[in-house]
Design a protein around this ligand. Sequence first.
Ligand SMILES: [Zn+2]
Ligand SMILES: [Zn+2]
Length: 471
Amino acid sequence: MNLQFCGAAKTVTGSCFYMDTGKLKFLVDCGSFQGTPELAQLNYEPFPFNPSELDYVFLTHGHFDHCGRLPLLIKQGFRGRIISTQPTREIARVVLLDAAGLQEEEFRRWSARPKDRGENPNYREREVREPLYTTDDVNELMTFFDVYPYGDSVDFKNGVEFRMRDAGHILGSAMFELWLENGDSRVRKIVFSGDLGQSGQRIVKDPDLVREADYVIVESTYGDRSHRNKDETLLEFLSILKDTQQHGGNVLIPSFAIERAQEVLYELNLFFENRLLTDMPVFLDSPMASETVKIFKQFPNFYDEDARRLLEKGDNPFDFPGFHETESAEDSKRLVSKRGCVIIAGSGMCNGGRIIHHLENNIENSKTSIVIVGYQVEGTLGRKLVDGEPEVYIKGRRMEVRAKVHTLGGFSAHADQNDLRYWLRGFGHTPRRVFMVHGEEQVANKFASDMKEELAVDTYVPSMFESVTLE
Ligand SMILES: [Zn+2]
Ligand SMILES: [Zn+2]
C-alpha cells in the first residue's frame, strides 16, 4: 500500500496524508497551508489525488491546518464519508464558517478598493482572489460527517478497521489507529498521531498511549525542545498581568480561538476566583472563540478530571467577575479607549482578525504587554514579534514595537520533545518505521535523529508530495 505526504511534510501546516491500500483510497486530514505566501499558494494548487475516488477522510481534529481544505474536496467530487469525534465536527464547522466568511469579505473588500494597498510590499503582491469556498459549501460539507466515540474499534468490513484515541491536544482531538488490508489481504496497522497534546493541559486529558503499530506517523512541532514547566508559566503569566495592570497598560493575548483561548480563560478564572488578581476586565474579543466556548460547554464529558471537578463544584471556568465577550466589530473598536485590561483576540498568529487593530493601538506603547501563547508559523506577524523584530508592518504601516513581548511556551497545545518521546516509548513492539511530520525541516530532522538513537527505531522525514510504499 502507498502513503503520500500531501502536506505538513518538512513544514507544520497543511496536514493531508493520502493512502491507497489497493482496495481503498482515503485521506487522514485535509488542512490548509498557512504562513509564507509560498505556503499559502499551495492551497490553490490542485490535489495530487482525485477527490472523487476517495472513500473516507479520517479527521484528527478541528484546527484549520487539519480541516481547512475539506470543502474543496466536496467541490471536486468527493462523495465518501468524513470520520471524526462529535466535538471535532462542531469545531470544524465553526472554523470553516469563519474561514469562508473571511474569504467572502476579503473578496468583496478587495474588489471594491483595488488601489488602496498601503506601503507594505507584501500587500502589493496580493491579488484579488475568488473565495476558495463559501458558507454554503461549508454547510454542505457537514452532511458528509459520521461521528464516533473514542475507544470503540469500528470495522467497515471492506478492508479498513479504525479506532480513535484521545490525542489530548484540543477538545475532541483524536489519533487514529488503522488496521488496513493490503492488496494481498495481509493486515497492517498504521497509527496517525494527529497533533499530540502537552501533558498536564487544563481542560483536555493527556494523550492516550498506543501499544503497537507497523508504521507510525507522528507530529514533531516541538520535537527539538522542552516547554517550560506549567507552574512557572502560570507564575510568569500572573506577574505579567499584575505588572501591566500596575502601569495602566493593556495585556494583549493573540490567541487561537480553539482550545488556547479557553485554556487561557480557565487560568484567568482561577486567578480571579482565588483573588490573586482583581479589578482587571477581561475581554474575549473573538466571535469564533465565543462560539467555541459554547461547544466546550456542550461536551463536558470530553474534559479531564480536574476540569470536570471544577464544574461539579459549581465554578464555570468561562464565567468570572470582569469577564466580557464582545460580539460586533463596533464593540471591538470601542475597546480602543480601554486601559488596564486583558484583550484576548484572534488570530493566534496575528495574520488577520481583530488582534490587528488592538496591536495597531497598543504596540507603540511601552506599557503594553503582548503575551504569545501558541505556535507562530514562519512568515506571520506573530513570528516576527516572537523573534524580537524592532519594527513590523500593521495594515501596511510601519510601526515600532515598544510593547513587551512575552512567549509563554507552557500554554502550548503541543507535546514537547519529552511528551513525544514518552508517547513513542509507549509502543511495546518497535514499529517498522516512524515518519516525522508536522514540523519545520530542521526540527523534524533533529527529532528523527534523536529518536533513532534513543529508541533504536527506523525514522524518516518525508518531503512534500513524496510517496512511500508500506510493505
Ligand atoms: Zn492542532
Ligand atoms: Zn496542526
